[in-house]
Design a protein around this ligand. Structure first.
Ligand SMILES: *Cc1c(COP(=O)(O)O)cnc(C)c1O
Length: 479
């Protein structure tokens, strides 16, 4: 037997490397809720320890795990904890993390039922659960993809297929050259991944009819141009800055009357539709044709985990499968028919486990908790004289202080203090600090600590500004 095969058999029989990875993982979890949210300078400079040429010889897995633990873990961002408010990134529900670890042992390929009956089964179950949670039509199908980028791409591919098929044009066979025109209508606040999908699908961003948005980033319904059956209308549940929602009720009715296709990008916001107390935000969303949503954001599954939902099964399958609509007729669920990928890992395992663990009630409590912590953030920051620039309808808070320079400086200090982590954005032409509460683990105390850190950061920034000013005064007095 070859040397490498012997060594690999040895490692798999001697289970200690798996014990070791569990041991390191648990050590990580034990500290991640209390530690600095962002790695310190030492941890970052230690990343240089990974610099090496691809080794020629075998390295024992124990050594590899030790290196990851000692040099890698300290340079992670504590996203799992409760004080990471950057971008719109979720934590992990323990059941999802644990189920993923188990699923990793299985290493299933979910392309077809015959390759993984368990993955196919769980995909069927979760598809049904999602229809029920979001109140979507019975015929809605799901594709389990890597994230909302892929989900939006897939939903818009289905839209492109259907809109052109209605005009007697099979886009899969004939392509876009010489095709009847497809109109794409979207809000000026559409997420950058919508722009990307538009480019990938050959629509061309220049050809999009961009619709004016209001002060919260919502499409103004009266500004939507007349729609027709050759149009794809792209809406948004959860503006990535303000967290706002388009008015689906009015906009979907308009689209339906014209037989246009509606896609909703609901990366993090669609989950509001699964929560009794927040449902008003997504009213009418069930009248769309396709939806994209992330599990790895609001639902707090591990990365990468996104879902495309589509009420037109034939369009989705025809768009994503190489050979025509008739393939739908197979009785089994073959996951690859509703995703761009053929081979995929079984991300459904952690998605199923997370939903099963939380249940409808737990999910509602968790998501409502995110909204409540965001509202707390806004109230406490206002009480400390920060300006909150958006209506905090969901989990996003945009913060400004006096001017853009000072706001940027305060953010830099907040990041240096490492008590919490937030990113920046632009809102209404001004620099803002963007807070996204997206972790099940965020407590009222986490918010208080973070607000204290904002206040400290402002003192530091103002102190430095004052030093600069007096420094300049001294210089001036010398003249
Ligand atoms: C995060 C996000 C996306 C992109 O999702 P990925 O999972 O990162 O691919 C798209 N739209 C909105 C509104 C988002 O917040």
């Amino acid at each position: 037997m070859r040397d490498i095969q012997n060594r690999l058999f040895e490692e798999i029989r001697d289970r200690s490397i798996f014990d070791l990875s569990e041991h390191y993982g648990l050590e990580y979890l034990a500290t991640v809720f209390d530690r600095n949210v962002f790695p310190d300078g030492e941890a970052l400079s230690n990343l240089a320890l990974f610099d090496e040429k691809l080794p020629l010889e075998f390295t024992p897995s124990k050594e590899i795990l030790a290196k990851l633990h000692h040099c890698g873990s300290p340079a992670t961002v504590a996203q799992v904890g409760g004080r990471y408010f950057g971008f719109v990134n979720g934590s992990v529900v323990p059941a999802g993390l644990a189920a993923r670890l188990l699923g990793d042992f299985w290493d299933q390929n979910t392309a077809m039922q015959v390759i993984s009956p368990i993955a196919a089964k769980l995909e069927c179950i979760v598809e049904e659960w999602l229809r029920e949670l979001f109140g979507l039509p019975d015929e809605t199908v799901a594709g389990f993809v890597s994230g909302t980028s892929m989900a939006t791409f897939s939903g818009l591919a289905a839209a492109r297929y259907r809109v052109l098929q209605r005009k007697g044009w099979d886009v899969g066979e004939k392509g876009l050259f010489g095709a009847p025109k497809v109109r794409v209508v979207a809000g000026t606040h559409a997420h950058s991944t919508v722009h990307k999908a538009i480019a990938l699908l050959g629509f061309g961003r220049e050809n999009v009819e961009w619709v004016e948005s209001d002060d919260q980033g919502r499409i103004v319904p009266e500004k939507v141009p007349p729609l027709d059956d050759g149009t794809i209308l792209i809406l948004q549940a959860g503006n990535v800055n303000s967290g706002s929602f388009d008015n689906f009720d009015i906009l979907c009715d308009k689209a339906r009357a014209a037989n246009a296709w509606v896609h909703i990008d609901g990366a993090f916001g669609l989950w509001a539709g699964a929560v009794e107390a927040l449902k008003h935000l997504t009213r009418g969303m069930e009248k769309a044709d396709s939806w994209s949503v992330d599990a790895h954001k609001t639902l707090n599954t591990p990365y990468d985990n996104g879902i495309v939902l589509c009420r037109d099964r034939e369009a989705l399958v025809s768009a994503l499968h190489m050979s025509g609509a008739y393939i739908v007729l197979g009785k089994d669920r073959d996951g690859m028919f509703t995703t761009p990928e053929m081979s995929r890992r079984a991300r459904i395992v952690e998605l199923w486990a997370t939903l099963k663990c939380l249940g409808r009630r737990g999910l509602g409590e968790m998501v409502l908790g995110m909204h409540e912590r965001a509202a707390q953030f806004a109230a406490e920051l206002r009480a400390r004289n920060f300006e909150v620039c958006n209506e905090v309808c969901f989990n996003q808070v945009l913060v400004h202080y006096e001017n853009s320079d000072l706001t940027r400086e305060i953010l830099r200090k907040v990041q240096d203090l490492r008590v919490c982590w937030c990113g920046s954005s632009k809102w209404d032409g001004r620099d803002v600090i963007r807070i996204s509460v997206c972790s099940w683990a965020t407590t009222p105390e986490d918010v208080r600590l973070s607000v204290d850190s904002f206040v400290k950061a402002r003192e530091l920034a103002l102190g430095e500004a004052e030093d600069k000013r007096t420094g300049r005064t001294e210089l001036l007095s010398k003249d």
